[in-house]
Design a binder for this molecule. Structure first.
Ligand code: ZN
Ligand code: ZN
Length: 357
């Protein structure tokens, strides 16, 4: 992934850093291709070194062809100062949102023990900002994940009927998702029925789905590391009047947002499209989360589509559009698709059928 490392080097240069220590798992994978769960990536103007222990060295050699692989043991003092010295790094960026206070102390301590003067500089979002704009291949991986999730949903949703528990439905969805080729699920599937569907992130329970209740299903799939994220709300049996009104409002808000979002908008403008319609229908207070979030190697990443986000939506970004209305004691409705900004407009990648009333 040398082109990505190259782009990061430009940013390091702008920030006056000699190098950066990448510890965040998805960032490490994005830059190096290595998908193991332990390792440190150290990048300077001329070198990229992936330091990992013996469990992963062989895998790293196979996956991270743009990096030198350094086999390390647990003790930072044994390799970290010597490596920085050899790479000529005196001003090192680190990922502030990923490095714990404890680990930071260990890094500083290792340098001190070897008497190496290195300035540690907190950075934030450098690689995350790069990851927000997807390359063609990444979009294809997400498209594939979306096709898996669509197929699994269509297969399992047909089985939903009163009398099944949320857990039974979740298992049918999970099984279908894995059978269709998904890697480990990007997040635990949400199946929430009746009053429980007013909890946006309810875990599937032993509750039995009753006639006429809303059932919120939030699921995803993962392909070559890339996730998709999708929510459908269905009604087991005949919907009541509240369901008709709430569902129609959410669907209208979601479709309006997808049709109106353009490259160059700020996250908050996109959010405002759906929020405005939900407020007009009298449910403003009941839409308590943001419109969407980026999706990629992580199921939640940049950009943010919230009421306050000034992040610019750019061509190639992949994110969700997921308005919802949640009414305590009754239930909730959320409809979510993963979309890509292509030719300036939002193209849905998840396409599973939506309930039409
Ligand atoms: Zn979701
Ligand atoms: Zn989501």
């Amino acid at each position: 992934m040398i082109h990505r490392i190259q782009r990061l080097r430009h940013r390091l240069n702008e920030k006056g850093l000699d190098g950066i220590l990448i510890t965040q798992q998805e960032n490490r994978r994005y830059l190096s291709g290595f998908d193991g769960s332990a390792g440190y990536l150290i990048i300077s103007a001329r070198k990229a070194v992936l330091a990992t222990d013996f469990r992963y060295t062989e895998q790293a050699l196979g996956q991270a062809s743009c990096c030198e692989i350094l086999r390390i043991a647990n003790n930072l003092t044994d390799w970290f100062p010597a490596l920085l010295d050899e790479m000529g790094i005196r001003k090192l960026g680190f990922e502030a949102s990923d490095v714990s206070y404890h680990f930071y102390q260990q890094l500083v301590d290792a340098l001190k023990r070897k008497g190496l003067e290195v300035e540690m500089v907190a950075t934030s979002g450098l690689v995350e900002a790069m990851r927000a704009v997807k390359e063609a291949e990444e979009i294809e991986f997400i498209r594939k994940a979306a096709a898996i999730a669509d197929g699994a949903y269509m297969e399992a949703a047909g089985l939903i009927r009163p009398g099944l528990t949320e857990k039974e439905i979740a298992w049918a969805l999970e099984k279908a998702t894995r059978e269709r080729g998904s890697e480990t699920l990007p997040f635990e599937i949400i199946v929430a029925s009746g009053a429980r569907s007013a909890l946006p992130h309810a875990k599937p329970s032993d509750k039995v789905v009753e006639e006429g209740e809303p059932v919120v299903i939030d699921m995803g799939a993962r392909y070559r590391g890339y996730a998709c994220d999708m929510t459908r709300t269905v009604c087991a049996g005949r919907p009541d009047e509240t369901f008709m009104k709430v569902y129609t409002t959410v669907l209208k808000a979601q479709e309006a947002a997808i049709n109106t979002i353009r490259a160059g908008m700020m996250g908050k403008e996109a959010d405002g499209i759906a929020r405005g319609l939900i407020e007009q229908a009298g449910y403003g207070e009941a839409f308590g989360h943001s419109l969407g979030h980026g999706v990629g190697l992580a199921e939640h990443e940049l950009p943010r589509l919230s009421f306050s986000s000034e992040e610019l939506l750019q061509e190639g970004m992949v994110f969700t559009v997921e308005p919802g209305i949640y009414i305590s004691g009754w239930g909730g409705v959320r409809i979510e698709d993963t979309v890509v900004l292509k030719d300036g407009r939002a193209e849905p990648l998840t396409r599973a059928e939506k309930l039409r009333l």
